[in-house]
Design a protein around this ligand. Structure first.
Ligand SMILES: O=C(O)CCC(=O)C(=O)O
Ligand SMILES: [Fe+2]
Length: 496
């Protein structure tokens, strides 16, 4: 069983992506100076779809802030300390099959002082703490987290002692009161690092094993983007939490969220609370049961995921998993619909059935789920579970998922641009943009394809501006090779 923060979250990507970018190697950051990288960044921010060959593709969702409207004063009294602050409540309305459900989350201003946030960040840098590259269960990419507390046990005494007074006098009393649960206890605490060539994103997911989560962005001044919340299946409903140093975002297991850093680097402190010491010790997410029985379709999806994988205190039981996925999918949950598609593709817990797989992917894709859009695009491309091949439809689906930042779809779209396909004139520029977007998310095939494009351009380039194309290509080959990409390893050997 996987342990640690990587194990506790379920997203459609963790459960179903056909090609997760899993690597067991820790890729150290390399310098970035390619022109293509700058070009992509500006296209991300512009957020446009290319109308012609000279324009840039929009290969990641736009940065739209969440607007908190209601603020009120809060006072936390504990251990002879009194903290006065302000809390805002955010509400996402989750629409499924006509019925509306609300998910709340909270922003606490200056829960930590700037100095406290800074010293946690400084400590973690000064101590040169190790960041674990173990694959993240959300997207299979290296996680780059460093544990402070795990399952209630202190692993980093220096950081834990910095955290302790803040936890005891402010955070713990607050979450106990906020969720009316006096037995709440801290179970896991860790720092995440986001930087170029490590990771800049975590796909949208739920913290299934945390009854409550508190996130503190330790250096909001050093980056754009960061933590976002999302109401719907598609990234157009994504909203970023604007914070200043010391602010905390607080949410529960049924809030869809993720991270996207557009520019700069980020460190975050993530705290996961369980409803009791017993749940923490047993690693049990028992709060999912009453929420699922009560009809919360995101809780049902998460509970199904725990039965699917045999974790979170639930035994592996594919019948139970399918039962909960189905209940949630029937109520319109796109995560469950997508997962059911993949289970029918794999014949896991159900009969293998390409047509049923396509049926479920279509339901999720129509709602905007990027994993399902990619899977359905591959189905149309390869004539899987559909009556005839349809490249045009496949490309539309790849583009829809690619614009939401799906690395597999970006790579597939890049290949289509390179070769040219039905309704898609070939374009080297767009192919490179697509490969770059996926390569930056550690997609090894895209890193390799990008390197080949750059090498090809270097071979015909004559001007000084393109002098370092070949060097940039080498760097991408090295990154792909570090992930075990056979083509990249062979290409590097040929050069030696
Ligand atoms: O780094 C963050 O802000 C949040 C990360 C997250 O969502 C997670 O680790 O589950
Ligand atoms: Fe999370």
């Amino acid at each position: 069983m996987q342990v640690g923060p990587g194990a506790a979250r379920y997203s459609t990507l963790s459960c179903s992506t056909p090609k997760p970018c899993v690597t067991s190697r820790w890729l150290r950051p390399l310098p970035t100076s390619s022109r293509a990288s700058n070009r992509l960044r500006s296209s991300c921010i512009a957020g446009r779809v290319a109308p012609d060959d000279s324009a840039h593709l929009a290969l990641c969702p736009r940065l739209i802030p969440y607007r908190f409207s209601e603020w009120h004063a809060v006072q936390i009294e504990a251990a002879k300390h009194c903290w006065h602050g302000a809390e805002a409540t955010g509400t996402l309305s989750v629409n499924q099959k006509g019925s509306e459900d609300a998910r709340e989350f909270f922003l606490l201003k200056n829960l930590l002082t700037c100095k406290e946030a800074e010293s946690i960040a400084d400590q973690s840098r000064e101590f040169g703490i190790e960041y674990d590259p173990e694959p993240d269960s959300v997207d299979g990419c290296p996680a780059f987290h460093s544990l402070i507390v795990q399952h209630g046990q202190i692993l980093n005494p220096a950081l834990a002692s910095l955290l302790k007074p803040i936890l005891q006098t402010r955070i713990l009393p607050y979450v106990k009161a906020r969720f009316a649960s006096p037995t709440i206890t801290l179970c896991d605490a860790f720092i995440r690092r986001y930087q170029q060539h490590e990771r800049l994103t975590i796909s949208n997911h739920f913290d299934a094993l945390a009854f409550a989560t508190v996130v503190v962005d330790l250096n909001p001044q050093d980056h754009t983007g960061g933590l976002y919340v999302q109401a719907g299946a598609g990234a157009e409903s994504r909203r970023f939490c604007e914070v200043t140093p010391g602010d905390a975002v607080v949410h529960q297991f049924d809030l869809q969220h993720g991270v996207h850093v557009y520019e700069g680097h980020r460190q975050s402190l993530v705290l996961w609370f369980c409803d009791s010491e017993q749940s923490c010790a047993e690693g049990s997410a028992r709060w999912l049961l009453p929420a699922s029985e009560g009809g919360n379709t995101d809780a049902q999806f998460n509970l199904a995921g725990l039965y699917d994988h045999g974790s979170g205190g639930f035994p592996q039981d594919l019948d139970e998993a399918i039962r909960w996925y189905q209940r949630s999918a029937e109520a319109g949950n796109p995560f469950s619909q997508n997962r059911l598609g993949t289970l029918h593709e794999l014949g896991r817990g159900v009969e293998q059935d390409p047509c049923r797989a396509v049926h479920f992917w279509r339901l999720a894709a129509e709602q905007g789920n990027p994993q399902a859009q990619f899977a359905l695009g591959e189905a149309w491309w390869a004539c899987y579970g559909v009556h005839e091949q349809n490249q045009g439809l496949a490309i539309e689906l790849f583009a829809a998922a690619a614009q939401q930042g799906h690395a597999g779809a970006q790579h597939a779209l890049g290949e289509a641009y390179l070769e040219g396909a039905e309704r898609l004139p070939s374009s080297q520029v767009h192919a490179e943009e697509c490969f770059l977007a996926a390569a930056q998310q550690q997609h090894a095939d895209a890193q390799f394809s990008l390197a080949l494009c750059l090498r090809a351009r270097a071979a015909i380039a004559g001007n000084a501006d393109d002098a370092n194309l070949d060097e940039t290509a080498q760097q991408w080959l090295k990154r792909a090779a570090a992930q075990g990409h056979g083509g990249a390893i062979a290409a590097l050997k040929q050069r030696q």
